[in-house]
Design a protein around this ligand. Structure first.
Ligand SMILES: *Cc1c(COP(=O)(O)O)cnc(C)c1O
Length: 387
């Protein structure tokens, strides 16, 4: 009997080790990992540079309190700010903590300028911002909030419904918070022109723009941030998943204007930004933020999309749409995807579901061409069997 609570519906597979894009199960099967622990293992498994970083840092220093200077964290914050819109960073340990901190920063900003009633956050219905009490209510999903009472302060509009979005902004709205690319919600990309309009709208209404890049950020989209091409500058951006490459790291990035309100005592985290985590973050950042690495993500993405769109043409009665950007890819099926994903796993390809019948593909960002070919071959086979 398992003593783990039943809050997950776990598959009966366990792994003993991983290498690159592959996972090896305890029953000695080799799986091609195209879910990367849900966009976490951005450099695959047991990347030599990450292994070395952990080994070196673990001999020196794991944890000290944020009561002290932490040079490794200073370094990572500097890199994040040099690469992006941000001026300041607060480190956390997970995505939900990062989005929760983003909400706090938005509210605190308006508090600091004396606009005490501006506390509400406007979000997309059935989005995903994490599993803390506040963030489940931010997500506006019945399934996630059922049985957990009520946390107020969030309003919702439907993805793509611009009329409703504008109508839902009130004098009490502090910020609009959206995922640049909805991950759990079905790999739905907010187009660049929409991001631009969102920024304009926020400026006009004097409210803040929070872009949740926990899943789509850290080079997953082919750019360091998925909003980069739009040239839009958000005020606050929570990140997590990919920045640790498997080590739990979260962070909230923000501009000078809002960061001013985060004075001593307004936020904190015992673990957040500890030297071991920061050492790993620095190594991930050094690898994934280079132009060469990003070009390679774009190249892999182009190839993957080309091949998947061919499969869509070959199996129009099974595949409805290929969605996404970079290496955040969704195969939308005409019917429920559960059986399809199970068949992929039986053929030793790991993917994960998303809403709207989507099979989500999240390979490591350094995935190789022959690994994409293998994934395509397995997906093709499963399509042909279902047909
Ligand atoms: C995964 C995710 C989160 C929550 O991250 P956790 O580390 O699971 O707390 C928040 N926002 C988005 C967009 C995510 O995909």
């Amino acid at each position: 009997m398992s003593n783990l609570a039943k809050n997950y519906n776990r598959k009966k597979i366990s792994f003993s080790y991983g290498k690159g894009s592959y996972l090896f199960s305890t029953d000695r099967k080799k799986y091609l990992d195209m879910m990367s622990g849900i966009a976490v293992n951005s450099l695959g498994h047991a990347h030599p540079k990450l292994v070395k970083t952990i080994r070196d840092q673990s001999k020196k220093l794991w944890h000290v309190s944020n009561a002290f200077q932490i040079p490794e964290g200073e370094k990572l914050a500097k890199k994040l700010c040099q690469k992006t819109f941000a001026d300041y960073v607060i480190f956390q340990n997970s995505g939900a903590e990062a989005t929760e901190a983003a909400i706090k920063v938005a509210r605190r900003y308006f508090y600091s300028i004396g606009k005490l009633n501006k506390t509400r956050i406007l979000c997309i219905k059935n989005s995903f911002h994490g599993r803390t009490l506040a963030t489940i209510f931010a997500s506006g999903s019945k399934k996630m909030t059922q049985g957990f009472g009520h946390v107020g302060g969030f309003d919702h509009f439907d993805f793509g419904n611009h009329k409703s979005l504008k109508k839902k902004i009130t004098k009490n709205t502090a910020a609009i918070m959206v995922e640049t690319i909805m991950g759990e919600g079905g790999i739905k990309v907010i187009p660049d022109w929409c991001l631009k309009e969102l920024r304009k709208l926020c400026d006009k209404k004097k409210i803040l723009l929070i872009l949740d890049e926990v899943q789509c950020g850290i080079s997953r989209s082919g750019d360091f941030f998925a909003f980069e091409k739009s040239k839009v500058k958000p005020d606050i951006v929570p990140i997590a998943k990919g920045i640790g490459g498997g080590f739990p790291i979260g962070a909230v990035l923000m501009n000078k204007k809002v960061a001013k309100s985060m004075t001593p005592g307004t936020h904190g985290s015992t673990f957040g930004g500890n030297p071991l985590a920061m050492a790993v973050g620095n190594t991930v950042m050094d690898i994934v933020s280079t132009k060469k690495f990003l070009n390679n993500v774009k190249k892999s993405s182009k190839y993957f999309f080309l091949k998947l769109n061919k499969l869509k043409k070959k199996y129009p009665s099974i595949i409805k749409e290929i969605r996404g950007k970079g290496l955040l890819i969704g195969i939308q099926l005409h019917t429920d995807q559960t059986k399809f994903i199970k068949k992929l796993i039986d053929k030793q390809l790991l993917t994960i579901r998303a809403a709207e019948n989507v099979v989500r593909i999240l390979p490591p960002l350094n995935v190789k061409k022959n690994e994409i070919d293998l994934a395509i071959k397995i997906i093709d086979k499963v399509c042909s069997e279902i047909k």
